[in-house]
Ligand binder design. Sequence first.
Ligand SMILES: *[C@@H]1O[C@H](CO)[C@@H](O)[C@H](O)[C@H]1NC(C)=O
Ligand SMILES: *[C@@H]1O[C@H](CO)[C@@H](O)[C@H](O)[C@H]1NC(C)=O
Length: 373
Amino acid sequence: MKAFVALTGLFSLLQLSHAADVAAPKFSVNLDAPPSERWTESVTYMISTYGFDHSYQNVLDYVYSYLPPPVVQKLEPLLLDLLREFPGEAGEEIKGIHQTITDLGYGDQISLGELTAINLMYEFTVFCTSIVAENSAGELFHGRNLDYSISGLQNLTAQIDFTRAGETVYKGTEFVGYVGLLTGMRPGGWSVSVDQRATYDFANATKKDSLSGLVENLVSAATGGSTLGMFLRNTLETETSFADAVDKLKKEKLIAPVYLTVAGTDHLEGAVITRNRLRPDQSHREGVWSLTEDDHFRLVTNYDHWDDVPEDDNRRDPANDCMNQYDFESLSLTGSIYDCLSTAPVLNKGTVYTTLMNPKQDIFETTIRNQNE
Ligand SMILES: *[C@@H]1O[C@H](CO)[C@@H](O)[C@H](O)[C@H]1NC(C)=O
Ligand SMILES: *[C@@H]1O[C@H](CO)[C@@H](O)[C@H](O)[C@H]1NC(C)=O
């Protein structure tokens, strides 16, 4: 009997650990170090912990499902040209990441051009949920789920502190190997998360749609434009306040339409910006949809807030219903926000991570989600 109890105990323990959500591993990226060395530690961790096949190979398989290996090989010279055009130090960082992968013995399994392509293909099918909220005590909270159609991104997810002179300048949740940021925070300043804005019918999206997304990114990169992730990282680096950040996030030309959810540190500093390529979409006058004295939270998935959501992808109503259960006083990061981001279908098989942020109190916590195990 004892053995049986011990066995079932062990069994449930194994099951639990298999499906458990875990805190993302944390690393520092020292911005004072040469770009080529910044990612060595985190890349080495991913490959030595999960193996190449369970980390980078997952992403390569996804690339190959759109572009067969011979096509990627033909594109290699073009991709290497593009790499040289990347803004700032992004190109040098990517080269450094490839060097680390090579030093670990996997350089023949992923080319520098392929790693460049991965850095350009961030946003095809990113389903997400972002929430910004303020409670009656004036505390601002920002939470997000990132859902992605590439399976196995959990094994590349890490929380990064970007430091200079030993101090954190900004933080982000990263797919190690991708040098832009889709989720980030400047302690004492502001935070941001990006959700994809549908430019086509997601449910019926074809390979052609996804491919055209990649081609748009290629063209943009070729003409000196930065990817959205690089733009957000750069904005976190340069803008110190919510107001300045929102101003920049409103004005900069972007590769694709997106939703940018932003939180600050003071009363009513929270908004969802619905972006077109050139500016906020003001067709309903709420291109910048801010918190108000009466609206204590704003929430976005992948559809314009002034429109209905499609029945086959309704994550928004359940999320809103969940948030509405909480009163103004009891809104909190680890309570209501995490709870609502953990409710199906807001949390789903595609959810890779949940990040909780509070810029004022310098809280930034990423949990890796494992719903599909
Ligand atoms: C992560 O890596 C582990 C072991 O290396 C593997 O068993 C697991 O399936 C991987 N997870 C995903 C989501 O691919
Ligand atoms: C996809 O397109 C087909 C044909 O146009 C349509 O019948 C179907 O309802 C669409 N599916 C979704 C989920 O929108």
